[in-house]
Design a protein around this ligand. Structure first.
Ligand code: ACO
Length: 370
């Protein structure tokens, strides 16, 4: 059998999963068989968390029970609070989140994997908003029991939240909840394949998501829109960069060769918020999309999930530094569902190979003779 090196493990099958399916040619994303369009229109982030963890949609009673479990976990222990308050304000919030999750692991009790997952889903938004308040020199707020995870996140960050903002942010979280074998999920599964604990595996996932090739493009899209300033500058801005072979952020995807289905949904929300806030960001983005379709559409380069999310977060008054942590917050249930799958006894430790391309045999020379 010929041994072949596959750069970036592209198209290598590393697991079997029942959690989500991604059809990159037709632009279809389903969680446990349910289309994300249906989930975004009719469901809530809490319901999607339940679906990902338990494999089925909850009844009303099951969802209420699940929400109550989450609410009980919406607090941070003193060691975690002290760490967040003591972190330098200039820290990357992903570093703070990664270490806070690791500290939670230090104090974790023996419990079921689902209970640990619930704990993480509840606590990650509290960690991010607490650090968000610290960097804004504001008092850390406590969650309100009546609000959803999305509503509480915006309330704890900004001190207020409207119904529309809560609904739109809830959709953002649903759309980020799961996406197959991406780099951070793969990291989490590799860690879990050694049978390490769930907190260690999620710490690995957060560390992986932090990288600019994975979690950081939405912030860059916002920077681009701010630089462009008005619609009339779009054509020259984009053409100048394309001529220099600079990549336009928010475009292209390893799996999708057409427009990312999540981008369609976020586009609607971005339009709605732009109208409300009288921002020109949506109009600028649409013009960028038109020019990119003309210039690189034939290469299969289309808007991805990050193209409209930055403008949505900006309208929700979320600081750009927190955009990648929000990706993590949305993705925790997906990571946990994958860990539950990976911990199944039949799964073996992940142990791929590397082809050795270094020097053949060498004669050892003692240090005194080198
Ligand atoms: N802008 C302009 N041209 C692009 C872009 C882009 N964003 N992305 C790819 N291209 C071009 C490449 O230059 C290449 O052109 P060529 O054939 O003339 O040399 C062609 O399209 C194919 O590019 P690949 O590198 O093969 O695309 P790949 O599928 O490996 O990369 C990636 C995907 C990394 C997402 C890439 O499109 C990119 O860098 N995009 C910008 C960053 C971004 O938005 N990332 C978020 C991805 S979604 C997520 O992670 C949640």
């Amino acid at each position: 059998m010929e041994i072949k090196f596959v750069s970036g493990l592209a198209d290598v099958i590393a697991a079997q999963t029942e959690i989500s399916s991604v059809d990159g040619k037709r632009g279809v994303l389903r969680y446990r068989g349910y289309g994300i369009e249906d989930l975004a229109d009719n469901s809530s982030f809490e319901e999607v968390c339940y679906l990902l963890l338990y494999g089925k949609l909850p009844t009303k009673a099951q969802l209420n029970g699940f929400k109550n479990k989450l609410k009980k976990e919406q607090k941070l222990s003193k060691p975690v609070q002290d760490f967040i308050k003591g972190s330098p304000k200039t820290s990357n919030p992903m570093d703070v989140l990664r270490t806070a999750v690791s500290i939670i692991g230090v104090y974790a009790k023996k419990e079921t994997l689902v209970d640990s997952s619930v704990r993480l889903i509840a606590k990650v938004p509290i960690i991010i908003t607490a650090f968000g308040r610290v960097i804004q020199n504001k008092k850390i707020l406590q969650p309100k029991p009546k609000l959803s995870i999305a509503g509480n996140f915006l309330y704890m960050l900004n001190g207020k939240v409207s119904k529309l903002e809560e609904e739109i942010f809830d959709v953002c979280l649903i759309l980020h909840a799961e996406h197959g074998m991406n780099a951070s999920t793969f990291s989490a599964r590799v860690a879990a394949s050694t049978r390490t604990d769930i907190y260690s595996a999620i710490t690995a996932a957060i560390a992986t998501l932090k990288g600019p090739r994975h979690g950081g493009a939405n912030e860059k899209v916002l920077e681009m829109v701010k630089e462009i300033k008005t619609e009339k500058n779009v054509e020259s801005y984009i053409m100048k960069r394309l001529k220099k072979k600079v990549r336009i952020m928010g475009f292209g995807h390893r799996v999708y060769r057409i427009k990312d289905p999540r981008a369609y949904i976020l586009e609607e929300r971005s339009k709605e918020l732009a109208r409300k806030t009288k921002s020109n960001f949506y109009d600028i983005l649409k013009k960028v999309e038109k020019i990119m379709e003309r210039e690189v559409g034939h290469k299969g380069i289309w808007p991805n999930v990050d193209f409209f999310s930055g403008s949505v977060y900006n309208s929700l008054k979320i600081p750009p530094k927190l955009f990648t942590p929000i990706f993590a917050l949305g993705r925790v249930p997906g990571w946990c569902a994958h860990l539950l799958e990976e911990y199944q006894p039949a799964n073996r430790i992940m142990r791929p190979k590397a082809i050795y391309i270094g020097p053949k045999q060498r004669k050892y020379i003692p240090i005194s003779k080198r």
